[in-house]
Design a protein around this ligand. Structure first.
Ligand code: GDP
Length: 639
């Protein structure tokens, strides 16, 4: 039996079923995967346990706007059981209908939970459904990912120019962030920014608009590091993946090799008994593109994608810019409801009134349906991709809401709390984390296996170490985004952190630890699990100075005449002296002068005199790097 069929049997959404299966250790399944007899037994056992779990009540944090689906995830009781209970109580609701507080309390009581209601945060724009919701089928939203130059853009353009243009002869498409293909069998929405960075950036914002990922691999080059990176990004979001083996027209195309390579990552083709869909295509000639579209529609069909049509319109921002003539332009994928010209709306911290709705042909529309990408004019400012768009009752409400949001944001000084090694013990104790998601970057492939091996020896009864992505090379922005989207940490072994990644990690409050010894990694993780992790001293380079001239006052007093070439140099900071690319001395910057004055710091492009303790061997051309130490306080076990 396939997963989607099994989900239907149990009246559970496929996505929820996959999550539940993961919880009981059945991983790597997708909608089309087969579920074996023994896996079915394991799952049914788990369902029964859920029914029996009577002793001791557990607390669960809830909002007042839960539906059966959400509640089922939070209290880990299958939604079918909740619906059955409600039916016994003569309460008839569907999976996505908001429950009343009383109903939530009843359900919690039944399943031995104590509900703790949390006020809904103003940041989240809740969908108010005025009437009994009416669902309609909606097209899948697809993101194309893969290694650079493997043909993502070519495939997207081919589909746009052939499939879309068939209907709209003579028109030129505008890039509005996404486009819709209407086929006789159904429609598909393609997001226009290929690659996993944008995808994960949106996820990190809490937006989940992609339903299916198409992973593009060039048949001549095969699997590359970014292919695996993209694969892991899609997997960590638990989104079905279709593999498009591209450049099939090339004489040296070897699709079988691609299948073999990806099989090593659990992507076993259907014809080999697995459940991954592979399609051979050529973005250049168009060969196989119809098959690819057909497979997308088939997978979309199985996902049973629905939108509510009779509610106030909402959607997600996919792009936003300021146009010189038209003002702020916001591209949105409509998710529920119908958007109409004249609707007042809120988006991010800004608001507006829909002045115009424009489709990917540049055509003005009077209204737009769910799963339609449109450009909206009329916002007061631009928004950020991933932010929610929501129609409200009046301009007054929109303005007030946006002002409130702005005040809220200004007041937020504490960055979002993220998982960190030093807090791991407490989080485990509170029962808030059960998995430590790790993004691992190393110098060589061999090191990945060595580290995975050492991780597997760490006792994991309290917490499971989950390497959601591993690869070689420097820690990049994309690694930080993945950590942010999956509440994980980044571990580097003998690799640097790219400056932009460092900045992003700081902004997103993501823990990045780099190591020189494999042993230190496992030791830190074990200590973190026990709440015994030593305080970490972080060294941060704040600037560099170039030695231009050396002044010898006497044998023991030598000053380097320098110019600051980046950042700033700071008195009493730790310094490294670099000569011909090598560190030749570590010390303390004991004397810092600007002209005749002693100063505490000297900034970029200024000259200064630098003296370093016990060092008088300066040479012209030496680089002095100034480091500040930041100490992270230690958390004591049991504190
Ligand atoms: P992206 O970086 O993944 O978006 O890759 P592009 O779409 O920019 O394609 C990279 C290069 O591969 C371009 O020179 C394309 O013309 C070429 N290319 C893409 N698809 C095909 C294909 O199916 N066959 C052949 N022969 N070349 C292709």
């Amino acid at each position: 039996m396939r997963i989607y069929e099994f989900a239907k049997k149990h009246n559970i959404q496929t996505k929820d079923l996959l999550k539940m299966l993961e919880e009981i250790g059945i991983k790597g399944k997708q909608t089309l995967s087969q579920i074996t007899e023994s896996e079915i037994n394991k799952f049914e056992e788990y369902l029964k346990k859920g029914e029996k779990k009577e002793e001791g009540k557990k607390e669960v944090v809830l909002t007042e706007n839960e539906n059966v689906n959400e509640l089922s995830k939070k209290i880990k009781i299958p939604s079918s059981d909740i619906l059955k209970f409600l039916l016994d109580e003569k309460i008839i609701v569907n999976l996505n209908q908001t429950l009343t507080k009383e109903q939530i309390k009843k359900i919690c009581e039944k399943f031995n939970y104590i509900p703790i209601f949390q006020e809904t945060k103003p940041q989240t724009i809740e969908r108010k459904v005025e009437k009994q919701p009416v669902y309609i089928k909606r097209p899948p939203v697809v993101t194309v990912m893969g290694h650079v130059d493997h043909g993502k853009t070519t495939i997207l353009d081919k589909i746009r120019n052939t499939k879309v243009a068939e209907k709209e002869v003579g028109q030129i498409t505008q890039k509005i962030g996404a486009y819709k293909v209407n086929l006789p069998e159904g429609s598909i929405v393609f997001l226009d920014t290929p690659g996993h960075e944008a995808f994960t950036a949106m996820r990190a914002m809490g937006a989940k608009i992609t339903d299916i990922v198409v992973l593009v691999v060039a048949a001549d080059e095969g699997v590359k590091p970014q292919t695996i990176e993209a694969l892991n990004h899609a997997k960590s979001a638990n989104i079905p993946i279709i593999v498009a083996i591209n450049k099939i027209d090339k004489p040296n195309a070897n699709p079988e090799k691609v299948k073999q390579q990806l099989s090593e990552y659990g992507m076993i083709p259907e014809e080999w008994g697995g459940n991954t869909v592979y399609v051979n295509v050529s973005g250049l000639t168009g060969e196989g593109i119809n098959d690819l579209l057909e497979m997308i529609l088939l997978v979309g069909e199985m996902l049973d994608l629905k939108a509510i049509i009779n509610c106030k319109c909402d959607g997600t921002v996919i792009e936003s810019s300021i146009d010189r003539f038209r003002g702020p332009v916001i591209s949105v994928i409509i998710e529920n409801g119908i958007l109409k010209v004249g609707d007042p709306f809120i988006v991010g911290t800004t608001w507006g009134k829909v002045r115009a709705i424009i489709d990917e042909w540049g055509k003005r529309l009077t209204e737009a349906n769910p799963s339609t990408p449109v450009e909206i004019l009329g916002a007061h400012e631009i928004a950020i991709p991933g932010e929610k768009f929501k129609v409200v009752d009046s301009e007054k409400e929109a303005r007030e809401f946006s002002e409130k949001m702005r005040r809220e944001r200004e007041n937020i000084v504490v960055p979002v709390k993220r998982l960190s090694l030093k807090d791991l013990y407490e989080e485990i104790k509170k029962g808030e984390v059960k998995e430590l998601n790790v993004i691992l970057k190393t110098d060589f492939y061999n090191s990945i296996d060595a580290i995975k091996n050492i991780f597997s020896k760490i006792p994991q009864n309290e917490i499971k170490i989950n390497i959601i992505h591993s690869g070689t090379g420097p820690i990049s922005e994309s690694d930080i985004l993945l950590a942010s989207a999956s509440n994980g940490i980044v571990i580097g072994f003998k690799v640097p952190v790219e400056p932009k990644a460092k900045e992003l990690a700081k902004k997103e409050n993501i823990e990045v630890r780099t190591y020189e010894l494999i042993y230190d990694i496992s030791e830190d993780i074990i200590k973190a699990m026990e709440g015994m992790l030593e305080p970490e001293i972080k060294e941060e380079m704040v600037g560099q100075a170039l030695v231009k001239k050396v002044f010898k006052f006497d044998k023991n007093f030598v000053v380097a005449g320098c110019i600051v070439v980046s950042g700033k140099v700071v008195k009493d900071s730790k310094v490294k002296i670099i000569r011909n690319g090598k560190i030749i001395y570590n010390g303390i910057l004991t004397s810092l002068k600007r002209f005749k004055d002693n100063v505490n710091e000297v900034s970029y492009n200024n000259e200064c005199g630098i003296g370093i303790n016990n060092f008088n061997n300066f040479e012209e051309g030496d680089i002095i790097q100034s480091f500040i130490e930041i100490e992270i306080p230690k958390k004591i076990k049991g504190e």
